[in-house]
Each structure stands twice: as structure tokens, then as C-alpha cells.
Design a binder for this molecule. Structure first.
Ligand code: BG6
Ligand code: MG
Length: 220
């Protein structure tokens, strides 16, 4: 196929934001920082290190570099406790159907995630073997909204950026896809993801001929 797909993980394939929230909330409690679900929205798509900076800003707390390292380790250990309990039931609606559809149309796809836990999460839900490549927080030097993660994804697919379609639930991710000159599809609230080329509330809402129409017309 002349087109390929790059999937974000958290919020597109699985809903891990709730586990990130619980783990950040734990850390916030230890630091006496009030941390709400609304604050958690700011962390979507953002790297682990940057997330800690945002949390510390919210609480107006400063930490030494060593304390920051320890905070990052303890947050992730907490998060992993939830991840290790995940299974295929947590795959979001429409994901399996879409991957089957892509397979049957011969459209290739890779993962493009900010998470360093991406391989573990995919393994837990039984999807690790389905992706042709995994580009994650371990493979990039610049986090979303920098386009690096998606540009590496395009290289793995051997496709030009303009022939790649990115599925994202975060503003930072849509921004990264647009900067990469890819076709961006926002999954979630249309008003929040208004910069996306296309918007769907979830993957079950995509029309069956979405990819066929993309290959026929020149979108960008
Ligand atoms: C993104 C999430 O996918 O991964 C962010 O949306 C998270 O909330 C980031 O901070 C990094 O994840 P991890 O698993 O490496 O801490
Ligand atoms: Mg996401």
C-alpha cells in the first residue's frame, strides 16, 4: 500500500490515562500537591520527565535533581503495578476491528508513543506482535509535540511523511503529526483536538471507507 498508519498508544489503543493519574496522584500526595483529573489532562502525550515538571509547577514545589530522579522511579513503579494487571479486555473499542481491516487491505502500521512502557503494555494486552515496529519513549530524544517519534515511524514504514496517517488522542500528538506533515486523526473530543485533519470520538466511529478515500484523494 502507498499509505501507512502510526498509532499513539495511551488513549488510542488502551486507556492508561487513569493509571497514570493514580500514580501521579500518589506522588502528589507525598509532595503535598493538590492534583486533579483536570491537571491530568495536561500530562497526556507528554513525556514522563516533562510530566513531573508540570506537576511540580502546579504545586509550586522545587526538588533537587536527585529527588526528581527518585520521584520518577517511584511514580513509574506505582504505574507498573497497574500495568501488570492489564489484559486484552482493556483494548479500546474499535482497535481490533481497525487492525484487522488494515491487515486485510495490506496497509502497514507501527506504534508511535511517548511511553517507555509501550512494549510491556502491548504485551499485556496481547498486541505486541501485531505491530511492524515500535517507536516509543526509548527511541526518541525529543518528545511530542516534536515530530521526531512520527518521522522515525515513517522511516520504519519506508513511506514519505505525507503518506502516513497518525491516530492521536493528545493535543501534543496532533501538533507533532501536523509538524511532521502527516495526516492527523484526533480520537476524542473534537474541540480539544481541533487542530486534527479528521476527528472521531472513538475508533468505532470511523467510516468503513476512510482509508480507501484517503488513497483516492490527495488530502494534503
Ligand atoms: C504518553 C502518555 O503516551 O506517555 C503520557 O500520554 C505519559 O501521559 C507518557 O507521561 C510517558 O509514559 P511512560 O510510560 O514512559 O511514563
Ligand atoms: Mg495518547
Amino acid at each position: 500500500s502507498t499509505i501507512g498508519v502510526i498509532f499513539d498508544l495511551d488513549g488510542v489503543i488502551v486507556d492508561t490515562a487513569k493509571y497514570h493519574f493514580l500514580a501521579w496522584k500518589n506522588l502528589a500526595n507525598d509532595l503535598h500537591i493538590e492534583f486533579t483529573e483536570a491537571h491530568n489532562e495536561l500530562l497526556k502525550g507528554v513525556s514522563r520527565v516533562r510530566s513531573l515538571e508540570i506537576l511540580l509547577n502546579i504545586g509550586n514545589v522545587t526538588l533537587t535533581d536527585e529527588s526528581k530522579q527518585n520521584a520518577l522511579i517511584s511514580k513509574n513503579e506505582d504505574y507498573l503495578e497497574y500495568i501488570r494487571k492489564m489484559n486484552a479486555d482493556e483494548i479500546l473499542p474499535g482497535v481490533n476491528g481497525l487492525l484487522n481491516e488494515l491487515d486485510s487491505q495490506g496497509i502497514r502500521y507501527v506504534l508511535g508513543s511517548a511511553s517507555k512502557n509501550a512494549p510491556l503494555i502491548l504485551k499485556q494486552v496481547g498486541l505486541l506482535e501485531r505491530f511492524e515496529g515500535i517507536v516509543d519513549g526509548n527511541s526518541v530524544s525529543k518528545a511530542k509535540p516534536d515530530p521526531e517519534v512520527f518521522l522515525i515511524g515513517a522511516k520504519r514504514l519506508n513511506l514519505k511523511p505525507e503518506n502516513c496517517i497518525v491516530f492521536e488522542d493528545a493535543i501534543a500528538g496532533i501538533e507533532a503529526a501536523n509538524k511532521a506533515n502527516m495526516i492527523s486523526v484526533g480520537i476524542g473530543d473534537k474541540d480539544t483536538l481541533s487542530e486534527a485533519d479528521f476527528n472521531f470520538n472513538n475508533l468505532t466511529e470511523m467510516p468503513y471507507d476512510f482509508f480507501a478515500r484517503l488513497t483516492q484523494q490527495k488530502i494534503k
